[in-house]
Design a protein around this ligand. Structure first.
Ligand code: CA
Length: 240
């Protein structure tokens, strides 16, 4: 594999601080993605992997501790550095118990912060084996979200970033009817009332890839007046 810049995920809702952190990490040669809530971070981790996650505790919505626990269910190995404005020793313990690897109190000294990041990345690269990705199976298909490809009845296909985002969203909401506006907002970030055929064209494409009979879809179903529902479909009888 080619040498890649470490990719760091920063989850921090304070815009000013986040900008400063991003700037300094990029100066050090890292690639940084910044999200403002735990919910967004967990969604992102459904289809993306990072070398390190920097996680604020006080976030809108889900707090950092809960986010940390959820991250550990998805990825038990990624190093997590928790940032907290609170000064209680208890927070440190709670953070570590939730699965964080290190803890830094705000406001922090920039060079200390950068040293911690560097140290965590170095330690984690010592013991980390190449992850073997388990595919998500439904019908005749197996989808590998992390490596952007899928095995289908028609053979192996490559997936685009948008297709992966969409599939990750559907898999996470399996069996639930999802409103068109929710899909548009989560995948494309459009305002909910945007008029667009893009979504329908996308569904047509997914059906062509993954349905035995695209005109009678089993997995990507239309829910009249609402939007779409993804279903894994009937289990193979041999497994029952
Ligand atoms: Ca905060």
């Amino acid at each position: 594999m080619k040498e890649e810049k470490p990719h760091i995920l920063l989850v921090e809702d304070e815009t000013h601080l986040a900008r400063g952190i991003c700037f300094n990490l990029e100066q050090e040669g890292y690639r940084v993605s910044h999200l403002e809530s735990g919910e967004e971070a967990l969604q992102r981790l459904g289809y993306d992997r990072f070398s390190l996650i920097i996680l604020d505790i006080m976030l809108p919505g889900m707090d950092g501790f809960s986010v940390c626990k959820e991250i550990r269910k998805i990825d038990p190995r990624v190093p997590i550095l928790i940032l907290s404005a609170r000064s209680h020793e208890g927070d440190r313990i709670t953070g570590l118990a939730a699965g964080a690897d290190d803890y830094l109190m705000k406001p922090f000294n920039l060079s200390e912060f950068l040293l911690r990041v560097k140290g965590m990345l170095r330690r984690s690269s010592w013991y980390r084996p190449e992850p073997v990705e388990e595919g998500y199976r439904f019908g005749d298909n197996e989808v590998f979200l992390l490596s952007y490809h899928a095995k289908t009845a028609q053979g192996e296909i490559d997936l685009t970033e948008l297709e992966v985002k969409m599939l990750a969203f559907f898999f996470a909401n399996e069996g639930r009817a999802v409103a068109r506006s929710t899909l548009l907002e989560s995948i494309w970030g459009y305002a909910a009332d945007t008029e667009t055929r893009t979504l329908d064209n996308f569904i047509v494409r997914l059906r062509r890839y993954f349905e035995r009979d695209p005109s009678h879809p089993v997995h990507f179903q239309t829910v009249r007046g609402i939007g779409y529902r993804f279903s894994r479909g009937q289990r193979d009888e041999r497994e029952a």
